[in-house]
Design a protein around this ligand. Structure first.
Ligand code: SAH
Ligand code: SF4
Ligand code: F3S
Length: 442
């Protein structure tokens, strides 16, 4: 009898850490005979890798899981698994809400997934496994990965987070911060380079605090420097930087080593010291502005991006004006802006939130308007210049339009043949928009 084809469709929500986990899930499942497919309708295993950082993300997800009911009806042999941060926080409640979900697995249980799938297939039983204690890191975690992009690789250096920003659910669903040993990371990156990756992004909820939990307390700045020396890796990126832990050595290394990219994602979250304190961010507005100044002074052509939360419980108009002030003074290249969303179990959940949603939405729009104007002005500074672009691929609409990123992470679109994909090319910038640049190959 011909063996049934095992086709796996993965849907990923949330941050880069989830993107990496999905690549690991792909690796783990392919070792048991599954092949990845983009076609949900023809798959026999669908895995949702979920995020619960804001309510909106969660609600959208519930909508998507709901859509799978029809698929399961048409194909009763289809198995459905829900993993990631929402699964970790909700556990079997997901199956109570959606009885056709076969497997729920938490963020500490990725390695158990092949067995859970096997059990679902053989015994036809439902299971949910969401351990609450932080899993131990294993160098094997880094071995079994099927990357989405040939030229780029995610490299987790820490998992979890030891900060306790009062609004944030991440430490609850990802656990305490754990660092991979330097040697494991080096070996992973060396193998990635042999496998054709030219750009890597070092990942952690707070990359700067790498090493605090392991022997010898290696520092992030030295890890960064040593990684930049690995053959074949042309671009090293890292995210996310917490302002309180971004040291002078890190800034110095970015400016000194040619393959470390000039882009720092530095979430500010809010402008007023009162709100920053309530958020438990552990820095002040002046400290943050001083840091931005130092980065700009030391790193030529650096781009600084940020995350901002609008409408934290009790945020006044004056508090908000200080957020606008920080945006004006920092001149961020891009800002990811969010309306505060109360998360179960966090400290901020218990804070009195008397700000009306309409007020928050109005503030959000003002912030967006200001930031869009700044992004456009910053992008215009590159008009007429020639920038090195790593080509990611072609536009979906027109295969002759290629898209890539500059060293400082700006998206550049230009005409060219697909042969240039995954190569570094020089592009002269001719037009600037809020979200991207346009140019021609020189
Ligand atoms: N570790 C990273 C990313 C955390 S989640 C960091 O420290 O920056 C990504 C962003 O989501 C955060 O920076 C924050 O701006 C936003 N965020 C987190 N919790 C939120 C909440 N409860 N409501 C609104 N935005 C939130
Ligand atoms: Fe959340 Fe703060 Fe940790 Fe980022 S640093 S993951 S915002 S607790
Ligand atoms: Fe979301 Fe989990 Fe990342 S909650 S932002 S996917 S760590």
């Amino acid at each position: 009898m011909e063996e049934e084809k095992k086709l796996l469709h993965i849907v990923t929500f949330g941050c880069q850490m989830n993107k990496f986990d999905s690549e690991r899930i792909a690796g783990l499942m392919s070792a048991t005979g599954y092949r990845l497919t983009n076609e949900v309708n023809s798959s026999n295993l669908v895995i949702f890798n979920t995020c619960c950082v804001r309510k909106h993300a969660e609600q959208r997800l519930y909508g998507r899981i709901g859509e799978l009911k029809r698929l399961k009806k048409n194909n009763p042999n289809l198995k459905i698994a829900v993993g990631g941060c929402l699964a970790q926080s909700e556990g079997r409640k997901i199956q109570e809400k959606f009885p056709y979900v076969d497997i729920v697995f938490g963020t500490h249980n990725l390695n158990d997934l092949p067995q859970l799938v096997e059990k679902a297939l053989v015994e036809n039983t439902k299971s949910s496994l969401c351990e609450t204690s932080s899993s131990v890191l294993d160098s094997k975690d880094l071995e079994c990965v099927i990357r989405k992009d040939k030229h780029h690789a995610w490299v987790p250096i820490t998992i979890g987070c030891n900060n306790s920003c009062s609004y944030c659910i991440v430490p609850y669903v990802r656990g305490k911060e754990r660092s991979y040993p330097k040697e494991d990371i080096f070996e992973f990156v060396r193998n990635l380079s042999l496998d054709g990756a030219v750009e890597i992004t070092l990942l952690g909820q707070n990359v700067n605090s790498y090493g605090n939990d392991i022997y010898g307390k290696p520092e992030f700045s030295s890890l960064l420097k040593e990684i930049s020396g690995i053959d074949g890796i042309k671009r090293v990126r890292f995210t996310t930087s917490h302002p309180k832990d971004l040291t002078d050595e890190i800034i110095d290394n970015v400016s000194r080593y040619p393959n470390i990219c000039e882009h720092i994602h530095l979430p500010v979250q809010a402008g007023s010291d009162r709100v920053l304190k309530l958020m438990n961010r552990k820095y002040t507005k002046d400290y943050y502005l001083g840091l931005v100044e130092k980065i700009r002074k030391n790193i030529q052509d650096v781009s600084i991006t940020t995350d901002i939360i609008v409408g934290f419980p009790g945020e006044t108009e004056d508090d908000f004006k200080e957020t606008l002030e920080v945006v004006e003074k920092s001149r961020f290249d891009q800002a990811f802006t969010f309306i505060y969303s109360s998360r179960k179990g966090t400290k901020a959940e218990t804070m009195k939130d008397e700000v009306k949603y309409e007020v928050k939405a109005e503030r959000f729009n003002r912030l967006l308007c200001l930031q869009n104007q700044i992004s456009l002005e910053e992008n215009k500074k590159y008009l007429g210049r020639t920038l090195e672009v790593l080509v990611e691929g072609s536009s979906k609409k027109d295969s002759n339009i290629l898209s890539g990123r500059t060293r400082n992470n700006k998206v550049v679109n230009f005409e060219g043949s697909f042969d240039l994909a995954h190569k570094l090319v020089d592009v002269k910038i001719e037009e600037a928009f809020t979200w991207f640049l346009k140019g021609s190959v020189v």
